[in-house]
Design a protein around this ligand. Structure first.
Ligand SMILES: [Zn+2]
Length: 336
């Protein structure tokens, strides 16, 4: 087998979907499929559904050598044993080692990681990091932040993921930004977390409460059923020049800038990559430059200011590319 005919199988396992792909050494996805998790599925049903997709991917890889299987899972992972611990959206899998589950049945090495950590690795090796590398600015330290339904992050330093003792580092969504007692309550139980101020769910919640506070008039959002208000609705209103929607997003930009500046000071990244649906909305409104400006204003030294803020290159595929990156990395395939 020549190295070019080697492939990795990658799985991105979230609360709703399980996606599987076949990927080559250049990070390209050769084939992919996805399936919903069985609704209210038992542990056995969830595992059987996911394993079925891996078997399809094996079939699709005929004629190539599958060197390993990588899994990006939504939730805390013990990377040594490949065990999931209390994944909030995949609770029946808590305590399951995907490594001991699938290595005997599929006959390939299995590597498991948390999806945000692997997204950072995927961007480092094949996304924004590769782009920077092509431009002669190979990144040393990359921080990937997803701003979506929730807010999470992964940190990669010199091709190594920063995991924390229990694989729980990078929970930047629960970094407290607003310490006032009346600050917004977060899903984690705390108040004033970055997630409570900037996630898609929070943007919708803030919009609903502003509309309830201020009575009527002055915003196109008043014509919308409060139950139908989502972050997408707020972004669409802002795109039409709606003042209330703009005011909400200005605060999101400010909170995000504070959170990201904290990350500059903690990790001193040279590449900060933003992903997720809220990032897409902010990008469409041209607000990423404003975040960059506010970060530069707050950063404490010229060295901390020596970073680039970019939007994810891998989009929806970031988890899959990250899972494949883990296989290449663990099998000793270095960066090009
Ligand atoms: Zn929180």
């Amino acid at each position: 087998m020549t190295p070019t005919s080697e492939v990795a199988l990658a799985m991105d396992w979230g609360g709703t979907w399980v996606r599987v792909s076949v990927a080559d050494r250049q990070g390209a996805i050769i084939w992919q499929t996805r399936e919903r998790n069985p609704r209210n599925g038992t542990r056995a049903e969830l595992l059987a559904n996911a394993e079925g997709l891996l078997r399809q991917a094996m079939d699709r890889s005929k004629g190539r050598s599958v060197i390993g299987i990588g899994v990006a899972a939504a939730g805390p992972v013990d990377v040594e044993t490949g065990t999931l611990h209390d994944p909030p959206n995949l609770m029946p899998l808590s305590g399951v080692s995907l490594k001991s589950q699938w290595e005997p049945t599929l006959g390939k090495p299995v590597f498991v990681g948390n999806d945000a950590n692997l997204a950072a690795l995927g961007e480092f090796r094949f996304g924004a990091g590769m782009e920077a590398w092509r431009e002669g600015r190979a990144p040393r330290t990359l921080v990937y932040v997803t701003v979506s339904t929730g807010v999470g992050a992964g940190i990669v330093d010199r091709d190594q993921m920063f995991l924390g003792a229990h694989g729980l580092a990078g929970e930047v969504g629960h970094m407290v930004i607003d310490w006032n007692p009346q600050a917004a309550r977060c899903a984690c139980g705390n108040t004033g977390c970055l997630e409570a101020l900037t996630s898609g769910t929070s943007i919708a919640r803030i919009a609903r409460s502003r509309l309830a506070e201020s009575g009527s008039g002055g915003s196109v959002l008043y014509a919308t059923d409060p139950a139908a208000i989502t972050s997408e609705v707020v972004f669409a209103a802002a795109a039409q020049g709606d003042v209330l929607a703009h005011g909400i997003l200005d605060e999101v930009v400010r909170a995000l800038s504070v959170g990201l500046t904290n990350l500059l000071h903690l990790y001193n990244p040279d590449l900060v990559v933003l992903g997720g649906g809220v990032t897409q909305g902010l990008t469409d409104l041209g607000l990423i430059t404003e975040i960059n400006t506010q970060m530069l204003r707050r950063a404490m030294s010229e060295r901390h200011k020596d970073f680039r803020l970019v939007v994810s290159q891998l989009g929806d595929s970031v988890g899959l590319v990250g899972a494949a990156s883990l296989v290449w990395k663990e099998m000793g395939v270095g960066l090009a």
